[in-house]
Design a protein around this ligand. Structure first.
Ligand code: HEC
Ligand code: HEC
Ligand code: HEC
Ligand code: HEC
Ligand code: HEC
Length: 440
């Protein structure tokens, strides 16, 4: 399990940034800005406090944190969310890694939960009230510390107790509606579409007392706590392992006022499509294929090129170390048989070793930039077809990582989950581009 813990560094980071950090990255231009960033620091404080008792006049549906109950009145958001990865953030790979951790090393498991199942009600353990003062001050980072180094919540498993408000079914729902919208049973949301912050009716006449509306929901910083490591977080080659917000901030889209929501929640849809969705990737990346000639004679060299252009991805393509894009070439003869030694594959992305100690290469494509892969082969017969493809493997790192750790996993339940994660990960690969051209 030690390697599993080590692994967590890839994804482990910092939820709940301090106002200080935000203020530093984004010089506030107005008092509104300050107020919104302060709202976010409080909204995403870590850990999110338990909701407590619902107001006495709430019906059981209003009091419920369960997305199925929100769905009674917010059907569209529910259907979108159900199809999104936020609703699957407690998938087999995550549970496979946290189910033992929550007993052996609760602080690390709670760190995982802070992004994958962030509500107190989704977490089976809490820090005891009388535990030694936490080093955690709303600002935290996760780095390669030996398991016995003092952690942000202190070390000892005895400092944690079983959480009475814990709901296993809510935990399975992952990043649910309430994780983003509900604090102390109060609903928080964006301004109305006309920009107003008022409820339609007096709060007492509305389900769940209406909502508190703030433009903070429309800012990229709303997403930052889970999609950006802190400046002192885990890094390789001087680059943070999770840097999506900064990539966006330094790129053209932040200047144009295009936020994460503009691309990932168009029309406020709750879809959050990304690297796992072929249409989304096609919208953000164009593939250009070229050959220097139409037909080649025996003895001539075919010169082919594929360029990937980041035309509409708001950050590096891809942004994380986990996905890979494979540009693949081969020659096949007239009966479709592969020509010996004609296969060439090039991986694009940021490749790190499975123990996260080394970066092997970083060929990600920044906004507006492109990357070209060339293929040169001598034509040795007629009737050859050049077959080119670009394959996206969204879960490449995870698949390889689970494959490597499986032989050492003793607990059967964990094995079953990780095997499921490998199968699901493999099934998520898709072609972005394919082309067959007769070349001789
Ligand atoms: C509480 C933490 C949290 C917050 C806040 C959050 N996310 Fe996520 N997000 C996650 C996690 C965890 C995943 C991975 C889910 C999985 O696959 O298990 C994820 C996945 C995604 C993906 C999926 C990409 C893909 O195809 O792999 C996108 C896109 C995304 N988030 C965008 C956003 C945007 C935009 C916001 C802000 C409106 C946001 N997220 C806010 C935790 C968060
Ligand atoms: C700072 C927020 C954050 C923390 C903390 C965090 N993750 Fe994640 N995790 C993400 C995001 C965002 C993604 C989606 C992007 C990606 O694939 O890396 C993700 C993806 C994953 C995935 C692949 C998707 C899936 O559902 O299978 C696994 C597995 C995972 N995390 C496990 C963990 C584990 C285990 C921990 C704790 C050791 C952890 N994460 C801590 C944000 C976080
Ligand atoms: C990752 C965080 C996140 C999750 C999970 C989430 N939302 Fe939202 N929601 C947002 C953000 C951000 C906005 C504002 C988007 C914008 O302004 O572009 C929003 C907007 C809304 C709105 C206003 C829509 C409108 O058209 O004005 C409603 C209602 C809502 N969400 C309900 C839900 C429900 C119900 C769920 C669960 C099924 C849910 N949300 C899950 C972040 C989230
Ligand atoms: C019984 C119906 C009902 C249930 C259940 C319900 N809501 Fe609402 N919600 C409403 C109505 C009606 C409004 C609009 C208030 C207004 O017009 O000012 C609203 C407003 C909101 C808003 C503000 C954005 C907007 O569209 O005005 C958010 C965010 C929200 N609800 C989230 C949730 C979440 C999350 C849940 C579940 C935990 C939930 N609601 C459960 C009826 C409901
Ligand atoms: C201009 C549009 C645009 C903006 C702005 C944008 N994204 Fe993306 N994002 C995309 C596209 C297109 C993809 C699919 C290609 C890819 O994976 O890089 C994507 C992919 C992702 C992924 C999938 C993981 C991966 O490795 O690529 C995550 C997570 C994500 N975005 C989060 C965010 C967050 C958080 C922000 C804001 C800080 C943001 N995005 C801003 C267009 C955008």
């Amino acid at each position: 399990m030690k390697r599993l813990i080590l692994y967590s560094v890839v994804v482990g980071a910092c939820l709940g940034l301090s106002v200080g950090t935000w203020a530093m990255n984004d010089p506030p231009s107005a008092a509104d800005d300050d107020a919104q960033l302060e709202f976010l620091a409080h909204h995403w404080q870590e850990p999110i406090p338990p909701q407590g008792k619902p107001p006495a006049h709430f019906s059981s549906i209003e009091a419920s944190l369960d997305p199925e109950n929100c769905a009674v009145c917010h059907r569209t958001q529910y259907e979108d969310w159900s199809s999104s990865l936020h609703s699957k953030s407690m998938g087999p790979g995550v549970i496979g890694q946290t189910m033992e951790l929550i007993h052996n090393d609760p602080k690390t498991a709670l760190l995982c939960y802070s992004c994958h199942a962030p509500l107190a009600e989704q977490q089976e353990k809490v820090l005891k009230k009388d535990a030694p003062p936490s080093k955690f001050k709303r600002k935290r980072h996760f780095s390669v510390t030996p398991p016995d180094a003092p952690g942000i919540w202190g070390n000892a498993a005895q400092q944690f107790k079983t959480h009475r408000a814990f709901s296993a079914s809510l935990q399975q729902k992952g990043l649910s509606c309430a994780g983003c919208h509900v604090r102390g049973h109060q609903r928080f949301g964006p301004p109305k579409r006309d920009g107003s912050l008022e409820n339609s009716l007096p709060a007492v006449q509305l389900p769940h007392g209406g909502a508190v509306r703030t433009a903070a929901f429309e800012r990229a910083e709303f997403c930052k706590g889970c999609h950006q490591f802190e400046p002192n977080g885990a890094a390789l080659d001087g680059k943070l392992l999770e840097n999506t917000y900064n990539e966006w901030k330094e790129g053209p889209y932040a200047r144009e006022g295009k936020t994460c929501q503009s691309c990932h929640m168009p029309e406020r849809r709750h879809l959050w499509r990304g690297i796992h969705n072929a249409e989304t990737v096609k919208q953000g990346v164009s593939v250009r294929f070229s050959l220097d000639k139409e037909r080649y004679r025996i003895g001539e060299q075919v010169h082919a090129e594929i360029s990937l252009v980041n035309t509409g991805v708001g950050h590096n393509f891809p942004t994380y170390v986990t996905p890979k894009i494979v540009v693949r070439w081969e020659l096949v003869d007239a009966d479709g048989t592969q020509v010996n030694e004609s296969v060439q594959e090039e991986r694009i992305g940021r490749e790190v070793t499975l123990d996260l100690t080394q970066e092997l290469f970083d060929t990600r494509i920044a906004p507006g930039q492109s990357r070209t892969v060339r293929y040169v082969r001598t034509i040795d017969r007629i009737g050859l077809t050049l077959r080119a493809s670009v394959i996206v493997i969204p879960d490449d790192f995870y698949i390889r990582f689970y494959d490597a750790v499986l032989p050492n996993v003793k607990v059967k339940e964990v094995r079953v989950l990780l095997e499921q994660a490998i199968r699901e990960g493999r099934a998520r690969s898709f072609p972005l581009f394919t082309k067959d051209v007769a070349v001789s």
